[in-house]
Write a protein that binds this ligand. Structure first.
Ligand code: WTA
Length: 644
């Protein structure tokens, strides 16, 4: 851990300084209703609310609501209300896979595109409350599609374009989507991604789907099923430019986003309209200290929560100019981000530690040959950032001028919860620093005992905040069990955390069976069930291991069916198999053939030992005497594999 402190620079007169930040947090916990009533003025309400926070994390009275009787529309807040003041300002700058392949949409153009898209949705019979699955590249039409759903009150569920047809099908089936919106193909790092072909495979198993709406992106050849598949550009023909926003209750569902948990099946995290929108609106404004006219770039994909909250909803609700990037940081070369920043004049960059580590390895020259003079602020999200990468980001990328906001949050939390405010908080590399207003973290030990002062434990939140998830789609009981039953009366994040003597929070990573690979959440159980679905596999156990660039890598132990011989070819085949079952992000970095797994006498796999072996920390395996067959450990240690 680094002890260096980087004092907060002075901001503008509108910036939140240390005194204001402390006062706001205090007020938010002492008078939450008054505080959120005032903050809610950031949004345009069709009908004002009278109720504010109404929640309990205790089983008997379990409920989470906020602004419940208020009425508003998300798309009107993100677009319509800016037309008068900034209709001709860029809302979205789309940057394609090839440098300079760009397209800009003003707020007025976005309004037109969104309304036209919404009218197409209506013509396909999509109505308020219906689910629509989006499987799209990072194109401007994706933002228009999201907003179009919110326009008419349909619930979108975005599935990351890197997921396999199977994963897509599961997510469509779970929420019974009526419509799937995709592109013909995606285009990333010079490679084509067969989105429509994947949808065809998925939809074959999804009886709920009535139509597939296809956006032309590459012009690649795709099969269209008569009566089911429709080209967007054809559907837009003759459609009107206006579509009135549907009045939505603050607690009406806004979107579902599937994320990995510690059990096999991905969870459909549900966010609602009012609290979510207020949370992302306020946190975008406060954490990035966004200033009118600035160009803001978050490199996340809309398939993840960061893309929802901080590429689309947060920035647009604030009338910002947001960059949508359809490429990757190392294509066509390692200078892509910095070249693009100069060309577009980007002021704020928000990216993942894994990208920073990958670029850091390529040397400073890729960065310093570009000017980067437009940059004012840097941000990170998705995984812990090691102090070395933080310092490089600060010194080389930001030229020592730009504060870094290391923002901790989760799909479940809707938006940022723990983060510096750039002109209020002194920074410590590797720490997400302090909770934002309304956020009440607590550290507990394994037994649930509350730890005060400087301590390390499991991170919980003791009270609700407007932007938190409301349920798991179709499984409210699982929602309660997953998040509120481990430590009764508290929301358990699944993260480990240390609090230092200054009250700064240092997230140490997941303490459950979720691993964080390149900032992407992956459930070990998901990878295990993909592996055992292979005909030659008898059993599998998957753990995380430290990985220099990805943060964590996937280490799989595989026991083959009797009679099947391990081989390099089979290793490759199994890794490919997982790619096909889940997607490339789930492919094991290391795969060890294990004649046996370390199990207790009652048959429970001792993952602690498997983690130690994967980490190559075999000197401290601890007590193995309770194992049914302690000798399997020696074999595993002897045959440990290095990752590629
Ligand atoms: C991790 C992404 C350390 C954490 C927004 C969390 C972080 C999980 C940080 C959620 C950070 C996210 N420092 N760890 N700044 N941000 N995480 O749902 O383990 O994809 O629980 O949401 O990422 O991942 P998710």
């Amino acid at each position: 851990m680094s002890d260096s402190v980087y004092p907060a620079p002075a901001g503008t007169e509108n910036s939140i300084d240390a005194a204001r930040a402390a006062a706001a947090w205090q007020r938010s916990v002492e008078d939450p209703d008054g505080y959120w009533r005032e903050e809610a003025r950031r949004l345009d309400w069709i009908e004002p609310f009278t109720q504010v926070k109404d929640s309990s994390f205790h089983e008997a009275a379990f409920r989470i609501r906020c602004f419940a009787d208020g009425v508003l529309n998300v798309s009107a807040n993100c677009v319509d209300r800016h037309l008068e003041t900034r209709g001709d300002q860029s809302a979205i700058i789309w940057e394609g896979d090839q440098p300079g392949e760009t397209k800009t949409l003003t707020y007025r153009e976005l309004h037109r595109d969104m309304c036209r898209f919404a009218n197409v949705l209506k013509s396909l019979g999509v109505a308020k409350g219906d689910r629509v699955t989006l499987y799209l590249p990072m194109i401007a039409e994706a933002a228009a599609a999201m907003l179009a759903c919110t326009r008419i009150g349909a619930i979108h569920s975005i599935v990351f374009g890197g997921f396999s047809p199977d994963s897509l099908a599961n997510r469509i089936q779970d929420c019974d989507s009526k419509l799937v919106i995709c592109a013909d193909e995606g285009c990333r790092g010079g490679k084509r991604i067969p989105l429509k072909a994947n949808v065809d495979k998925a939809v074959a198993h999804c009886p709920s789907v009535e139509h597939v709406l296809v956006i032309r992106r590459t012009g690649g050849n795709v099969a269209m099923t008569e009566g089911r598949d429709i080209w967007l550009h054809e559907a837009l023909d003759g459609v009107g430019d206006e579509c009135a926003p549907e009045p939505m209750s603050a607690e009406d569902p806004l979107f579902i986003l599937y994320t990995s948990g510690s059990t096999g099946k991905p969870k459909g995290v549900l966010h609602t309209t009012g609290g979510y929108l207020l949370w992302v609106t306020k946190t975008f404004s406060d954490v990035f200290d966004y200033r009118d006219g600035e160009i803001y770039w978050c490199t996340a994909d809309i398939g993840w929560v960061t893309g929802h909250s901080y590429v689309v909803y947060g920035p647009l609700a604030n009338g910002a100019t947001t960059v949508m990037f359809d490429g990757v940081p190392n294509y066509p070369d390692h200078g892509r981000l910095w070249e693009t920043i100069d060309r577009l004049g980007v002021n704020i960059l928000y990216t993942a530690p894994t990208a920073i580590r990958a670029l850091m390895r390529e040397g400073d020259d890729w960065v310093t040959r570009h000017d980067r003079g437009s940059l004012r602020l840097l941000g990170t999200v998705g995984e812990p950032i090691n102090p070395e990468a933080w310092t490089w980001y600060h010194r080389v990328v930001g030229g020592g001028r730009c504060p870094i906001v290391d923002t901790w949050w989760q799909t479940e939390t809707g938006g940022i919860l723990i983060s510096p405010l750039p002109y209020a908080t002194d920074l410590k590399p590797g720490s997400a620093t302090k909770p934002l207003p309304g956020v009440q973290p607590q550290l507990v030990d394994a037994e649930g005992k509350v730890l005060d002062g400087a301590a390390e434990g499991n991170l919980c939140l003791t009270d609700s905040w407007p932007g938190m998830m409301r349920t798991l789609w179709g499984d409210h009981d699982r929602f309660f069990q997953t998040y509120f039953s481990t430590y009764p009366g508290k929301y358990f994040t699944g993260d480990g955390c240390r609090r230092d003597e200054d009250g700064y929070y240092w997230i140490t990573g997941r303490v459950d069976d979720v691993i964080n690979v390149s900032g992407h959440r992956m459930g070990t159980a998901e990878v295990e069930s993909a592996l055992v679905a292979h005909a030659k596999v008898a059993e599998a156990a998957v753990v995380g291991m430290p990985h220099e660039v990805k943060g964590q890598g996937i280490y799989a132990y595989v026991t083959l069916n009797s009679g099947v011989e391990p081989s390099e070819d089979l290793r490759t085949e199994l890794r490919q198999w997982v790619r096909g079952e889940i997607g490339p992000i789930a492919s094991p970095d290391a795969l060890q053939f294990a004649p046996g797994l370390p199990k207790t006498r009652s048959g429970k796999i001792m993952r602690r030992i498997l983690r130690k072996i994967a980490e190559n920390d075999t000197g401290s395996l601890g007590d193995t005497s309770t194992l049914a067959d302690p000798s399997v450990v020696d074999t595993l240690v002897a045959e440990r594999v290095e990752h590629g």
